[in-house]
Ligand binder design. Structure first.
Ligand code: 3EB
Length: 328
């Protein structure tokens, strides 16, 4: 069974090929996911201007079948499932998040794709306060953690994830799961596992691994300037960038993988399908420079202005490490 699932970035208004499993449009509007021309489509408001938008396309080897389950839309082949969901904006997210994630875990059981290997969550007003004065991100984390505890206990642990701000209304989320493959969740020895963060970061810890290895592909979670469990270099973009890239380099490197019994090892030049989230518009020129210096010239990189799940974080980076097909 090979890792025949891949993503690429295309123009936001480009049409999809026949083998498209799913499409996420990072544009100026957001809403409930739906099936458009046979392809599950999730629109996320991540840009002021639709002209700055792009689409992320997932393709897989087999013919895809699609469907809906409660508020979820999905498509799958024999091995891989894509699913997207939506939680309307509200002043309390715990219960709705628990329900949406509970539905998602029921779906993966029902369709027999029991192993979730990568999740993304786009949360409006992520650093704002809910009805009880709890930060929206922490409210979301509480519902997600309860769903993992109660509805995913059968499975193999928490996968790589991203939890980030969006300008739209409602939480949009999407994830990938597999049937027979055996994903391995990877931690970073420089960082406390997020699911073991101390209580001061919220009533329930964030539910994600730093990375998930699937065949020869390592899906890297949103990674920021956190050492142990502490944000470092508050207010210093360059220093936060160095720590975030350093965290990724360490996570994907042979030493960190070997220590967890995982074979392989990657370098930042093997990183692709990168998203750089930056908090302040004024930082875009600098993050662009930093990214060009850090990544392979052929790497696909997109920059998204967004709030980050800790108010003191200025930048967060995610991507996919795999052995480059080209030898250059
Ligand atoms: C951190 O390391 C930064 O809530 O799914 C990174 C990746 C972060 C995923 C999530 C949050 C999430 O805690 C934030």
């Amino acid at each position: 069974m090979s890792a025949t699932i891949e993503s690429r970035f295309i123009a936001h208004d480009a049409t999809c090929d026949g083998d498209t499993l799913a499409r996420i449009v990072f544009g100026a509007t957001s809403g409930r996911p739906c099936i458009e021309h046979g392809v599950p489509t999730l629109r996320l408001a991540m840009c002021d201007d639709a002209r700055d938008g792009f689409a992320e396309i997932w393709t897989s080897a087999g013919p895809a079948r699609n469907g809906c389950f409660n508020d979820l839309v999905y498509a799958h082949d024999d091995e891989y499932l894509f699913c997207a969901g939506f939680i309307p904006s509200s002043d309390r997210y715990t219960d709705a998040t628990r329900k949406a994630y509970g539905d998602a875990f029921a779906l993966v059981r029902e369709l027999n794709f029991p192993k979730v290997f990568r999740m993304w969550n786009f949360i409006p007003h992520i650093n704002g306060a809910n009805q009880e004065g709890l930060e929206v991100y922490r409210d979301f984390c509480r519902g997600r953690a309860i769903a993992f505890e109660q509805d995913y206990a059968h499975a193999s642990g928490m996968p790589a994830a991203t939890g980030i701000g969006t300008w739209g209304e409602g939480v949009g989320f999407y994830f990938l799961a597999c049937r027979a493959s055996s994903p391995r969740h990877i931690e970073n020895s420089r960082q406390t596992p997020a699911y073991e963060y101390p209580q001061r970061y919220g009533p329930k810890s964030p539910s994600f691994a730093r990375g998930t290895l699937l065949h020869e592909t390592l899906f890297v979670s949103g990674t920021a300037s956190i050492l142990g469990h502490e944000t470092v270099h508050e207010g210093d973009l360059d220093a936060q960038w160095r720590v975030a890239i350093g965290n990724i380099a360490h996570l994907i490197g042979a030493g960190n993988l070997d220590a967890q019994g995982a074979i392989g090892g990657y370098a930042p030049r093997d990183f692709d399908q990168i998203k750089v989230y930056y908090r302040h518009a004024a930082d875009l020129p600098r993050v662009t420079e930093l990214a060009h210096a850090a990544f392979h010239p052929d790497a696909n990189v997109r920059f998204l202005k967004a709030d980050i799940c800790r108010a003191d974080l200025l930048v967060e980076i995610e991507g996919i490490a795999s052995h480059r097909r080209r030898s250059d």
